[in-house]
Design a protein around this ligand. Structure first.
Ligand code: GLA
Length: 387
């Protein structure tokens, strides 16, 4: 959780007045269901106890002033002409949300804002979705309207796709808006129906481990994977009537039409189709209290992302391999888009310290980087706080 007392004090120093409210939105960890959301599949994320918080006071003009505590940078833009910023890229998530809100007919007023956050940036824990969702809430509260939560998530996703240019799915924004404390959310990204599933994790912790590897190519590789899935769909549509997306394809279909697909398309499609099945099975396992089964599915998911979807990297693979050898670890996998970022592991509470000690030592030796750990709980979605 961001330090709201510090944030309020920073706001007063910056603008010489008090904030009217604070909009906050959490990051997320995806337990399973990776690279399935833009294929209309299933995901199973939880919001986490790390967030982005924006202290806000409305203005009477059409200007939006932004000061980022994390980046130690300021910028501003006019709501009358919103352009992408080259030198303050973090502000594009906020500009993008304002742009889409206006495009969808919402009348916005200007604001003074100070932004802080403790979701590690570029880590696969959705600091950008948290920033979008917090900004959306900020514009809503400052301008005096309130969106339906699912609409808010959709709009923030559009900001990222249309303004920032990463063709992401709906998962990150959705969980940041609709997360529930002590629950993960089983989400059907086609119908947007969702079900909060209690995390019966007594005696267990979710441990996020950061590779500390910068995610250089993440954006372009992400869009490339998306096109590869579209290519596979185009081929399968010729063979199977009614296929709209990889959501409509089974493993049996893939085996039958394997020869029609290029080896690369087959691998990509195999990951997505099998990952959808794993999500369904893991939700069942969790409901039945079968943590061992859940953990095995996490490992399988990682292997599929590594071998078939090819979005893992040496650092993520090392973390998962090392975690697997530690007693009291039920499952571990990369989480988020990949190419760096974090893993998520399910660890027995009394083994968390041993886990951190062994993983840190072996990761340093084998990957020559320092791991960072975040032990976290499933948190509530975005909200407005009035100081
Ligand atoms: C990023 C995207 C999500 C999702 C994941 C991969 O976090 O923003 O929409 O596609 O990657 O599962």
């Amino acid at each position: 959780m961001s330090n709201l007392v510090e944030l309020t004090a920073a706001f007063r120093r910056q603008y010489d007045r008090s904030p009217w409210f604070i909009a906050r939105a959490p990051g997320r960890v995806n337990l399973i269901g990776e690279h399935t959301d833009y294929n209309e599949g299933f995901v199973f994320p939880a919001a986490i106890t790390y967030d982005v918080a924006i202290a806000v006071a409305p203005r009477t003009d059409r200007r939006v002033y932004l000061a980022s505590r994390q980046f130690r940078q300021d910028t501003w833009f006019s709501l009358n002409s919103i352009r992408k910023a080259v030198h303050r890229p973090w502000s594009n998530y906020i500009r993008g949300v304002a742009h889409i809100l206006q495009e969808t007919g919402h009348r916005l007023c200007g604001m003074d804002a100070v932004i802080t956050g403790d979701v590690p940036v570029s880590s696969g824990l959705s600091s950008s979705a948290a920033l979008e969702v917090a900004s959306c809430l900020a514009f809503e509260a400052a301008s005096g309207f309130r969106l339906d939560p699912v609409e808010r998530a959709k709009l923030c996703q559009r900001a990222e796709v249309e303004f920032v240019g990463v063709k992401c799915g709906i998962m990150d924004q959705f969980i940041s808006v609709l997360g529930r404390a002590d629950h993960a959310l089983f989400l059907d990204t086609r119908s947007l129906e969702y079900e909060p599933v209690p995390l019966p994790f007594s005696g267990l912790e979710l441990v996020i481990t950061h590779t500390n590897k910068p995610r250089g190519l993440a954006g372009s590789k992400y869009n490339e994977r998306r096109s590869e899935c579209e290519e596979a769909v185009a081929v399968l549509q010729q063979e199977i009537p009614g296929v709209q997306s990889l959501r409509d394809v089974t493993l049996e279909d893939l085996r039958r039409f394997r020869s029609k697909l290029s080896p690369l398309s087959y691998k990509r499609a195999h990951h997505v189709v099998s990952e959808n099945e794993r999500v369904l099975r893991s939700v069942q396992a969790l409901k039945a209290g079968d943590i061992e089964h859940f953990g095995r599915l996490m490992y399988e998911s990682h292997e599929s992302l590594r071998d078939n979807y090819e979005v893992s990297c040496l650092e993520l693979d090392t973390l998962v391999r090392v975690a697997r050898s530690v007693p009291g670890v039920y499952g571990s996998r990369m989480t988020g888009a990949g190419f760096g970022g974090c893993t998520v592991s399910l660890v027995a509470s009394d083994q968390v310290e041993t886990f951190q000690r062994i993983v840190a030592r072996r990761y340093l030796r084998e990957a020559r980087r320092r791991a960072r750990f975040y032990v976290c709980q499933a948190a509530e979605g975005a909200s407005i706080i009035r100081p």
